[in-house]
Design a protein around this ligand. Structure first.
Ligand code: FAD
Length: 523
């Protein structure tokens, strides 16, 4: 059902008339004529000044720089509807990308010569909150949140009512629309699935400029397309998200393994267990030359010394991080040591190498931002990030560990930044959605999170390509996550059996290939 698209402000009408006129003068190629700049149109938040263009041509990756012709700072959803409609009706059309926090890695939210829509300007300020919390008779507690909202703001708003979303990303200064366009994964995923599995309903502006409400039962094709759809099918302006009772405290437990097979076995045991024991499971790989900044937070100085000595002995350690939530009410406001220990009984970590810390639920979910606050002033945050994130099926993970982590990356003897590696359940993903996962019931999320301090991101790119080639040569199936833009053939390979559906949905919802061209799938 098309919900709305028609309420156009008079200033927007003036803007569109002028623009259409300029376009017809220009004939075939859409250009942003300078005379457009001279026209003062009150209420239209379209900017072409150097500052706006510069901001829209950067992202967290700090590797590519692509300039749009203009940036829209919408104050209403209709501003975006009108812009997309304009492009759709133009010949040729012009590219448009929703930009959330711009925390993509390679220009995925950029547009070469079109318009970037700075989604966060939709946020109406304190008195016009676009986060609404309510109880649905059938669904239970939900939040309707603007696509431009940061997850940290969603968390703060829901916590005020003792509630919380259940699935997260590790870093939560990201927008709802930006993460739902990928999947949104973290250590809660084994239990609740990615963020996209916890959405009930969306409002989406399609590439035809139509504002459509969709869900599993209503306009379901669009709903499934958009979730994990890399911004290709529509701009998310509202998401209805599942909420549950929020804990107030967490126990964070880290366990060290020197043997990958044991690490893997224990991870899989935890995620396959049906009891409601642990709430979060992740893990990382520590190499003897890894920069301690990447792993030592939450360890005491004495523990760091012990771990370093274990590292000297084994060269590579695998650090599982598991979390137990508690403090839902006065009754469970504490958790005993015995209760915590019972959660890890029978696991095969190195004896004595179990480390427990307490944290508030908020600080735990916000942990990467707390690291950011430390790294930012040291100049260690705003640096190039040529990350490689991969999903590896359980059937290939031992091979991956040996061929890639042990025989290749470790032998490079070059700090790569944090390496994360943890298991998750595939049955918590909905295969009708656009997000791509490997085969099998369990797969591993492996991330090489390079932070380049010497400016040489190209050598990390070479290393990433070597990793992907090694996987290919050794028959290790890899599905990239937050994929770097690829050739058409590589994209077809990436989507595999989902490609035909993905391409058909593009024809259906964005036939003129207007949206998120920076992903370089159809453009
Ligand atoms: P942007 O970079 O602004 O946009 C991403 C893509 O979505 C672009 O193609 C853009 O056009 C499109 N888009 C933006 N807004 C909308 C919208 N409203 N509707 C439709 N399309 C839109 N990801 C995880 O899954 N798990 C993690 O643990 C995780 N940790 C991270 C940690 C850090 C420090 C960083 C920088 C990133 C991390 N990410 C993680 C990746 C992150 O989820 C993605 O990069 C996400 O796209 C960032 O959101 P954003 O708001 O910055 O999106």
């Amino acid at each position: 059902m098309v919900k709305c698209s028609s309420v156009m402000s008079s200033s927007m009408i003036i803007f569109l008339v002028i623009l259409s006129h300029l376009m017809s003068i220009n004939g075939h190629k859409m250009t942003w004529n300078d005379s457009l700049l001279a026209v003062h149109v009150p209420g239209i938040k379209l900017r072409r000044d150097a500052k706006a263009i510069e901001l829209a041509s950067q992202d967290f990756g700090k590797i590519v720089n692509i300039k749009p012709d203009a940036v829209l700072y919408p104050s209403t959803v209709n501003d975006i509807v009108n812009l997309v409609s304009l492009s759709y009706k133009s010949t040729p059309s012009f590219g448009i990308a929703g930009k959330g926090r711009g925390h993509s890695l390679r220009g995925q939210a950029m547009v070469d010569g079109g318009v970037v829509v700075q989604m966060t300007s939709l946020n109406g300020g304190k008195n016009k909150s676009r986060i609404k919390i309510f109880k649905d008779p059938k669904l239970g507690f939900c939040a309707d949140v603007g696509g431009e909202q940061l997850w940290i703001d969603v968390l703060n708003a829901t916590l005020r009512q003792g509630l919380s979303p259940v699935s997260w990303t590790d870093y939560i200064y990201l927008t709802v629309g930006g993460t739902l366009s990928n999947a949104g994964i973290s250590g809660q995923g084994f239990r609740h699935g990615p963020e996209i599995s916890n959405v009930y309903e969306l409002d989406v502006i399609t590439g035809k400029g139509e504002l459509v409400t969709c869900s599993r039962n209503n306009n379901s094709e669009l709903f499934f397309a958009v979730l994990g759809g890399l911004g290709q099918f529509g701009i998310i302006t509202r998401a209805r998200i599942h909420l549950d009772k929020a804990p107030t405290k967490v126990k964070r437990v880290k366990l060290m393994y020197s043997d990958f097979a044991s690490y893997m076995r224990d991870q899989e045991k935890i995620i396959s267990s049906n009891d409601d024991g642990l709430n979060y499971l992740e893990g990382s790989v520590i190499m003897d030359y890894s920069n301690p900044i990447g792993w030592k937070s939450t360890f005491s100085p004495d523990d760091v010394l012990r771990i370093k000595s274990l590292l000297a002995q084994h060269k590579i350690l695998y650090c599982m991080e598991a979390v137990k939530y508690y403090g839902y009410s006065n009754i469970d406001s504490t958790i005993t040591e015995a209760e915590v220990d019972s959660l890890f009984k029978g696991l095969s970590y190195v004896p004595g190498f179990i480390f427990k810390t307490d944290s508030s639920y908020l600080d735990f979910l916000n942990r990467v931002h707390l690291d950011e606050l430390v790294l930012q002033p040291l100049g260690l945050w705003d640096v190039p990030h040529p990350w490689l994130n991969m999903f590896i099926p359980k059937s290939s993970i031992i091979n991956f560990n040996q061929r890639v982590l042990v025989d290749f990356i470790h032998k490079q003897n070059k700090s790569t930044g944090p390496i994360i590696a943890y298991a998750t359940n595939r049955n918590k993903w909905d295969d009708r959605m656009s997000a791509v996962t490997p085969n099998g019931d369990i797969f591993y999320m492996v991330g090489l999170l390079h932070s380049v301090l010497d400016g040489d991101w190209k050598s990390r790119d070479i290393l990433n390509n070597q990793v992907l080639n090694l996987c290919k040569q050794n028959g290790i199936e890899v599905k990239e996550y937050l994929s770097n833009p690829k050739t058409k053939e590589e994209w077809i390979n990436h989507f595999g059996s989902k490609w035909m559906t993905f391409a058909r949905r593009k024809e259906l919802f964005d036939p003129k290939k207007i949206l998120s061209p920076g992903q370089k799938i159809f453009n």
